[in-house]
Design a protein around this ligand. Structure first.
Ligand code: ZN
Length: 424
């Protein structure tokens, strides 16, 4: 018997082990379904493609529950490259629930979208070697969807399933920061005790612990057009104003620990004989503490106010912080320790590492729900055409998630109220 913090962890009971053995021969099935999902293009803005993935998931989950709810989400408002505000329609979300009356409620989440647009050349899955496939979304996150579903199938076959209720959210927009599905995650957070999110683990199988927060912003600079030769003095140069903003913002790097500002995109102007009247800049901020958001906003507004005192120049700031930093609560630490321990029981050595990346685990943690957000497959090079999946990670990762669900259900069934998960 080991003690992790004050949570006592027994060796995995043999009843749980024999249920996990049901997964031993599932690799081929998991892989073929992962490939089917990966070969449906579901770039976030390919609404039809995302909805086609949703249709496939309706079929794949038909045996798990009959409580399926297809939920439209709000369009994504962005500043386009010309500085105009546009609204992009998104695919629907799918929520699936089971036993909402059970004493312990688990939230499971996986996104259906990928970063590869409809016209990307990267659409097919191919083998790289005996253990590795390369394809769009195989690891981020379609392989993870199969890990989630197989783990739930095992839970449903266990005698303790009635002690756990669960709800899945398949969301359509994680890759753009979940702007449309964030309210759905917040809604679930009011009902559940813990979260399991199926983003890929680190390539070596490690789980993500603490995560930075993130914000995406745009600044549109407005000036006044004039002929560069005849009336240069009448023009007000939007590019110059924006360059001053970018320099001042970039100088904020290093002023406060853990905060980074990244100028990421700039577009504006036209013929060189015209004083440009518009220019657009997009940037990202990462931070470690929720309080840092206000500091950033104050600094940005100071810079903008300063530049806006200039005659004929007007800068507008759009966007905001979409992901709060994920800080690990004591309950979250224990949940991670439990996963590490179960991993060790299964022969998987699992580390926990902090990361600057964000995901839906940030949203859930900011709502006070302990969660593990990297329970998906092992692979790497995600968000690139080199994205790969380690095929032989499918079954072990499904076992890890199944072991978590089964252990919680088993303990609940045996009178353990799991107070540590309930903020007690
Ligand atoms: Zn992802």
């Amino acid at each position: 018997m080991q003690h992790i913090n004050d949570t006592v962890i027994d060796t995995l009971p043999s009843e749980i082990r024999s249920l996990l053995d049901l997964l031993n021969d599932q690799q081929d099935d998991m892989l073929s379904r992962t490939i089917e999902l990966a070969e449906i293009n579901s770039g976030t803005l390919n609404r039809d493609g995302v909805n086609q993935v949703l249709e496939s998931l309706l079929k794949l989950t038909a045996n798990l529950s009959s409580d399926h709810e297809r939920i439209p989400v709000a369009p994504w408002e962005v500043v386009n490259d010309q500085g105009d505000i546009v609204h992009n329609p998104l695919g629907d979300a799918l929520r699936i629930r089971k036993r909402p009356e059970a004493p312990l409620q688990v939230f499971l989440c996986g996104h259906m979208d990928t970063v590869f647009p409809k016209d990307s050349p990267f659409q097919k899955v191919k083998w790289l070697d005996d253990e590795t496939v390369n394809g769009p979304g195989v690891t981020d996150l379609k392989g993870g969807i199969l890990v989630m579903l197989k783990a739930l199938e095992v839970l449903e076959q266990s005698p303790w399933a009635e002690h756990i209720g669960w709800e899945i959210l398949f969301n359509p927009d994680e890759e753009i920061g979940s702007p449309g599905s964030a309210p759905l995650i917040a809604e679930s957070a009011k009902r559940v005790h813990l979260g399991m999110i199926f983003e890929p683990s680190f390539p070596d199988g490690s789980l993500a612990g603490q995560r930075k927060g993130s914000g995406n912003f745009s600044v549109v600079s407005h000036g006044k057009a004039a002929h560069a030769g005849r009336e240069h003095h009448l023009g007000r140069n939007a590019i110059r104003a924006l360059c001053d903003f970018v320099s001042a913002m970039d100088d904020l790097n290093g002023q406060r620990t853990g905060i980074t500002f990244n100028p990421g995109f700039i577009h504006g102007g036209g013929p060189t004989n015209v004083v440009p009247d518009k220019c657009v800049h997009k940037f990202n901020i990462r931070l470690e503490h929720p309080d840092d958001e206000q500091w950033c906003l104050d600094k940005l507004n100071d810079i903008i106010d300063g530049i806006n005192t200039r005659d004929g120049i007007h800068l507008e700031l759009h966007g905001g912080f979409t992901r709060k930093p994920k800080l690990l609560s004591p309950a979250n630490e224990k949940l991670l320790a439990l996963a590490q321990n179960l991993g060790a029981e299964l022969g998987l050595s699992i580390d926990v590492k902090p990361t600057g990346g964000c995901c839906d685990g940030n949203n859930l943690a900011s709502a006070g729900i302990p969660n593990i957000d990297t329970l998906g497959v092992q692979g790497g090079a995600i968000h690139s055409e080199q994205e790969y999946l380690k095929v032989n990670s499918l079954v072990p990762r499904a076992k890890l998630s199944a072991a978590l669900l089964l252990t919680l259900a088993y303990r609940q069934a045996n009178g353990d109220q799991l107070e540590w998960l309930r903020g007690a």
